[in-house]
Design a protein around this ligand. Structure first.
Ligand SMILES: Cc1ncc(COP(=O)(O)O)c(C=O)c1O
Length: 472
């Protein structure tokens, strides 16, 4: 019995892989039971059991007179029934920025400004010498360049595919779309795959609350609680309804704004819930390489066997946001759909930036640079935690981030943060108030130790203490 069980599960996985890779796209007829039995060297009865299970999961369906057809693999399903352009309104006017960003209108920033809000690496971490070398090398062998193919510069897609394979995700260059930063990836997904009125489940707080990309396109955000292992799978299970009307957006590595790293067990739990609810997942993994203590658990995409995960990567947080290069990896059919929208949007990301990014990865300089960045972040994290221990322990609580450069400062009960953004701004300190990441009032501040120098961070925290104490 148990061997039979293992066999039918193997058959199921084989079929799921064929569907999730786009090899058996939606609407295609799957091979006959006899052919599958021959191909996989199993009995017909094993095939029958596997097909029954897949029918229950909603992936295939018997169609009168046609045979057994592929009917669903979440993203593929969404790509096969995209919203119309007037429905998705990808360029509709964005909602206004959250109020705290506007409060400084007309107020001139002091000359010496401490940036604890910037979500990027410090200028002295920028690899100027190597960037010059890379660009010079490219300049010397420069050939005419024009529009790239819609999915992006092939050598870059190959380099990213090799890179992801090392991380455990088997993805071909055909299943990768180069985008102008992760943010464009999110815009393309919202414009090209999701329907108005659908629900985006996500961590609360989340970077996505600060964007309005999904809300402007008519989607509802449904925030879920987190604990120290990441988004709570039990909360998702309770709230999510099955079907293509909703999607999960998550930042599993060094989450923005909390810095939390999702554990491997939680990743599996979440994927189980998503499989049960047939919920497609957007894995925004742009902080993955910024680990400080040890490499993070495998990507959700590599752990998933159902093709439920669209993966987003970027060079913004590791190399420079100025390149404006990121990527989306997923099943080929879905990537084709997104590439089509990208083509209609901007006809491809800058060829020059793509050449530069490809050279960084394939020369090995990228990995070298990452080691340097991790060491720098470690120093900065130690100093940042020290400054917080010294000046904030009676006022706030925080967790030690295992990577990235963000700290979510939660004020202790009774501590007021009224007008903290503008008060800090006037005092020459920039910070992001928590409400940007929740869409509602919250007694928290997001701090970044990635941009300001170690000394500035300490000064900034001292200033912050003074400002808070004036009101408390
Ligand atoms: C979680 C997350 N996703 C996406 C982005 C945007 O990245 P990019 O510069 O690649 O567009 C950011 C930037 O802060 C981010 O924090």
């Amino acid at each position: 019995m148990s061997t039979n069980l293992a066999k039918y599960e193997k058959v199921m996985n084989y079929i799921k892989k064929a569907i999730s890779s786009g090899e058996w796209p939606i609407g295609s007829k799957i091979p006959s039971q006899r052919k599958l039995a021959e191909l996989l060297s199993v009995n017909r009865s094993t095939i029958v059991t596997a097909l029954e299970e897949l029918k229950i999961e909603g992936l295939i369906e018997g169609v009168m007179g046609k045979g057994t057809m592929v009917v669903n693999n979440t993203w593929t399903l969404l790509a096969a029934s995209p919203p119309s352009w007037d429905e998705s309104a990808p360029f509709s006017a964005p909602k206004p920025l959250p109020a705290p960003v506007l409060e400084t209108d007309g107020v001139k920033a002091p000359e010496h400004f401490i940036e604890l809000s910037k979500g990027e690496l410090a200028q002295d971490i920028f690899p100027t010498d190597n960037m010059q070398q890379v660009m010079m090398r490219l300049a010397q062998s420069l050939e005419p360049f024009g529009y790239e193919e819609p999915k992006g510069y092939l050598p870059l897609r190959k380099a990213i595919s090799d890179y992801m394979r090392k991380q455990g995700t088997d993805i071909t260059p055909a299943s990768i779309l180069i985008v102008s930063g992760a943010i464009q990836g999110l815009q393309l997904i919202s414009a090209g795959l999701l329907h108005k009125g659908s629900t985006v489940f996500l961590e609360k707080p989340s970077y996505l609350y600060s964007l309005h990309t999904f809300q402007s396109a008519g989607m509802n955000l449904s925030g879920l609680p987190m604990d120290e292992e990441g988004l709570r799978a039990d909360a998702l299970l309770k709230k999510a309804m099955a079907g293509p009307a909703s999607v999960l957006y998550t930042i599993p590595c060094f989450h923005n704004p909390t810095g939390i790293l999702m554990s491997e067990a939680r990743r599996k739990e979440l994927l189980d819930v998503c499989a049960e609810k047939r919920l497609p997942v957007i894995e925004d993994d742009i902080y993955r390489e910024l680990w400080i203590d040890s490499p993070p658990p495998p990507t959700l995409q590599s752990l998933d066997v159902n093709g439920h995960v669209l993966y987003i990567g970027s060079f913004s947080k590791t190399l420079t946001p100025g390149l404006r290069i990121g990527w989306i990896a997923g099943s080929e059919q879905v990537i084709e759909r997104l590439a089509e929208i990208k083509k209609q949007t901007d006809y491809g990301s800058s060829s020059l930036s793509q050449l530069v990014a490809a050279e960084w990865i394939s020369s090995g300089l990228y990995e070298q640079h990452l080691s340097f960045v991790r060491k720098e972040l470690k120093k900065r994290r130690t100093a940042a935690l020290h400054a917080l221990d010294e000046h904030m322990s009676d006022l706030a609580e925080w967790d030690i981030p295992a990577g990235g450069f963000l700290i979510w400062l939660r004020m202790k009960e009774g501590i007021q943060l009224k007008d903290i953004y503008s008060k800090a701004y006037r005092a020459g300190l920039s910070l992001n108030v928590g409400s940007i990441y929740t869409g509602e009032s919250v007694q928290a501040i997001r701090l970044s130790y990635g941009y300001a120098s170690i000394e500035e961070f300490e000064q900034g925290i001292r200033k912050l203490r003074q400002i808070i104490l004036e009101d408390n």
